[in-house]
Design a protein around this ligand. Structure first.
Ligand SMILES: [Zn+2]
Length: 195
């Protein structure tokens, strides 16, 4: 699969873009495929045409993105829409499939680059364990971590009972490895059991 290297005009960060069928389909469907790479305080957006030529490059911030952008963090596909608002914040990593779901990340959005950086690192280390439970601290906030072979969750809520939070994380991991997707309804249901 051919890839091209993208160099960000703002921060100099380099990303690899796979010129695959999915990208071609996207370009065919809407004339241009719009790809966004998440960098620390900005998103580099590229318009790619059906012959894989870069037709435009723009910078934007996460809070102002439109849903028509296929978002990437390094080589991870990022699921961003439709956003899920529940009584907790969470980001879910699927290291095998190289995708991450940030639909329920709430007010982590402006800091999502750091969340993704930490999360990918944990997810790739923790995948060798069938169960891992820990904690990390980012921007003055304690963030709960839970991981299985297939899924890693970064979680934050108003609950301060470790045991309760572990139960929530266990339920979430079980649900995610069964269905491979985060559903707003299911998420609410799990949280309601403990909050
Ligand atoms: Zn950049």
């Amino acid at each position: 699969m051919p890839t091209i290297q993208i160099s960000c005009p703002k921060c100099g960060k380099k990303d690899m873009l796979d010129l695959n069928d999915e990208l071609l389909e996207l370009a065919k469907r809407s004339g241009l495929a719009r790809i966004g790479f998440i960098h620390r305080d900005h998103v580099l957006i590229l318009d790619i045409d059906t012959s894989f030529a870069v037709r435009g490059a723009y910078l934007n911030v996460m809070e102002k993105l439109f849903p028509n952008i296929k978002l990437m963090f390094r080589d991870y596909k990022v699921i961003f829409y439709p956003q899920i608002k529940v009584g907790a914040k969470l980001v879910v990593f699927y290291p095998d499939k190289h995708f991450v779901d940030i639909r329920a990340c709430g007010n982590w959005l402006p800091n999502i680059y750091d969340i993704l950086l930490v999360g990918v690192k944990i997810a790739e280390k923790a995948r060798k364990y069938s169960w891992y439970r820990g904690e990390t601290r980012l921007f003055g906030e304690n963030i709960d971590v839970a991981s299985t072979n297939t899924t890693t969750i970064l979680f934050s809520s108003a609950i301060d009972n470790w045991r309760k939070k572990t139960q929530i994380l266990k339920s979430l991991c079980k649900e995610l490895s069964a269905n491979n997707t985060l559903e707003a309804k299911k998420l609410e249901e799990i949280l309601k059991r403990y909050i």
